[in-house]
Design a protein around this ligand. Sequence first.
Ligand SMILES: [Zn+2]
Length: 254
Amino acid sequence: MGTPVLIIGASGSGKSASLRNFKEDEVLIINVSGKPLPFRNRHNTFLSDDYQAILQKIRTTALKSIVIDDCQYLMANEYMRRAKENGFQKFTDIGRNYWDLIQVVIRELPHDVIVYFLGHTELDQNGSEKFKTIGKMLDEKITIEGMYTIVLKACSKDGQYFFTTQTNGADTVKSPMGMFEPAIPNDLKLVDVIIRDYYSGEEPEKCEDCTGYIKATKSQTVKDIIAGTKAKTGKQLCSKCYKGWVKLHETEGV
Ligand SMILES: [Zn+2]
């Protein structure tokens, strides 16, 4: 179970610049718009606005931190390619394709992978600041922010760049209680460290069969148990389910 994180902000608010403190071998950057990063770098960069190509890349990379920069262009470019189509179907498809990408992050990627979606903001009809989509037709079908537990906003004030981590009442910013200070430096590497720290203490490993927590024993850590049961059964199991598996398969074996 990977973690999708949305970083919103106006153009020039410091979203892309916030990548600067990732080491070159720490992050995969999917560049959707083709715009170069605003600092000198030799990071792993993949230029594409094609969902299949992006999915293939994020499923196969060994890197644990992935950034999809200018992700609003995934929807905007699909919209432009299909601009001549009449009817509402294209809005459903555009929403669905974006939804599918986030679902892959949540359901298929390993639990220690974090995918940062960097996108522009726009104002909704109430004047609230939200992730920029391709308009009302799509917003009626899907609330993008609803798919993320963490939404941060890049801001600048008096020459200082920072991320806000809680809503100001007129934006869609949110994060789990106690994870961040209300405003933090615009440093995505720092965000990455904080999120990993927070979840390492908070999210116990679960058994794939009974969904109970996997607990360490006197002789084995949780990691050891998972490695052992995965090697033997192909699944991460608690001790009880593992014993059940062994019993069943040994009976079958003879
Ligand atoms: Zn179990």
